[in-house]
Design a protein around this ligand. Structure first.
Ligand SMILES: [Ca+2]
Ligand SMILES: [Ca+2]
Ligand SMILES: [Ca+2]
Length: 387
């Protein structure tokens, strides 16, 4: 609430400025943003309650004043007061984490169809979302780009018995334990301060305590500059496989096994951390933290991807030397939620999603909202809510 006040010449102007400041500062739920010219950010925004699975991701367009919410089978667009502007519905797969590309103003999200062995980045033309009930297939607001690499790792017959065991955790199949994709975020290349923003896509990883090759988070990097040529509308009954044959980078972060991998991935320009919010793992001998930070200032190093059936090297990411530390493994991490949605605003503030099941008129729904937080760097939780 400490907006910067500059000396003003006229007492009348100063008086009205102070009045305006007090009004803003005392309005419930509003955090003063200072003289940025951008809308002020509420301490809480509601995403509504929907007859879907839970909220999976949020991304805020501060400039234009919109919030986008992934509710697994639906994308919701609200303004900063939580007023619903529109929805994109009819998704039969799993829409996970989302992020906005500041360059084109579109929203990108991970979209899985495991039975069809098809994995996409869905691209939403969010400017065109202007009413509730728009259709993902037929209203021209969504295209999809297929990621072959994910399908290959997901379907890998790791025990070589000629059978791919499908969407189950209790199997040696799935390379690195890959269950698909979830966390997505734009940001600079790992170890780079600026340069070209690329899209990072994190694998889901099945929880499985019986194997040793699933203790890494796996992150693919794509330069999406030429992605328009791959983008196609998606017919979910006949899923296309239009997409880049190759990724531009593949990276591994040693965290120990988790339950479904990185739920929310987010680059934080203010700390230069890549945050990874997860559902905790269950393996003995690991700390099983709920939140990790990759050191975005560290260049990836080629090294052994520990625990693979055949020795294998890859580009390893470094966890930030901060937070909790597990003596046995050296793994660093934190205890924090954020696995339902997490957006970094770039100035040391963050929106963190929460959700719950509700019932309205006999209909089971999932409600989602975000609360404004600030970075503290404390352990075990490095954020505190701004109220
Ligand atoms: Ca097999
Ligand atoms: Ca994200
Ligand atoms: Ca998720």
């Amino acid at each position: 609430m400490h907006a910067k006040l500059r000396p003003l010449r006229s007492t009348a102007v100063a008086g009205s400025a102070v009045l305006a400041l007090l009004t803003a500062a005392s309005a419930p739920g509003l955090a003063a943003d200072g003289p940025t010219g951008r809308p002020e950010l509420p301490t809480r925004i509601d995403g509504g309650a929907w007859p879907t699975s839970h909220v999976q991701g949020v991304t805020v367009d501060h400039e234009r004043g919109f919030v986008y919410w992934s509710f697994t089978q639906m994308l919701v667009k609200t303004d900063l007061s939580g007023k619903v502007i529109g929805t994109v519905e009819g998704l039969t797969g799993h829409l996970g984490d989302i992020d906005i590309d500041d360059r084109d103003g579109r929203v990108y999200g991970s979209l899985e169809y495991k039975a069809e062995e098809s994995f996409y980045i869905a691209v939403f033309d969010v400017d065109r979302i202007d009413r509730v009930g728009m259709d993902a297939e037929t209203d021209g607001v969504m295209t999809a780009v297929h990621l072959d690499e994910v399908a290959e790792d997901f379907t890998a017959d790791m025990n070589g018995d000629g059978v791919f065991d499908g969407d189950v955790a209790d199997t040696p199949d799935h390379r690195y334990g890959c269950s698909g994709i979830d966390g997505v975020s734009f940001g600079p290349g790992f170890g780079k301060r600026g340069g070209r923003q690329t899209l990072k896509v994190a694998y889901g990883v099945y929880s499985n305590t019986e194997r040793t090759d699933n203790d890494h988070q796996v992150i693919l990097e794509y330069d999406i500059a030429n992605w328009r040529k791959y983008e196609r509308p998606l017919s979910q009954s006949d899923p296309h496989h239009s997409g880049p044959k190759r990724y531009d980078g593949k990276f591994f972060a040693y965290t120990g096994n988790t339950t479904y991998g990185v739920q929310n991935l987010q680059y934080d320009p203010s700390t230069r951390n890549w945050i990874m919010a997860v559902y905790e793992g269950e393996k003995e001998g690991f700390p099983n933290y709920s939140f990790f930070t990759v050191d975005g200032t560290a260049k990836p190093v080629r090294g052994e991807i520990a625990g693979q059936p055949e020795p294998e090297t890859g580009r390893l990411l470094k966890l930030r030397e901060a937070g909790l530390r597990d003596e046995a493994t050296g793994i660093r991490g934190w205890e924090f939620h954020g696995n339902l949605g997490f957006d970094a605003l770039g100035d040391g503030r963050y929106y963190v999603a929460e959700g719950r099941a509700v019932e309205e008129d006999g209909v089971k729904k999932q409600e989602g909202w975000v609360r404004l937080h600030r970075w503290t760097g404390d352990t075990p939780a490095p954020f505190e809510p701004i109220d």
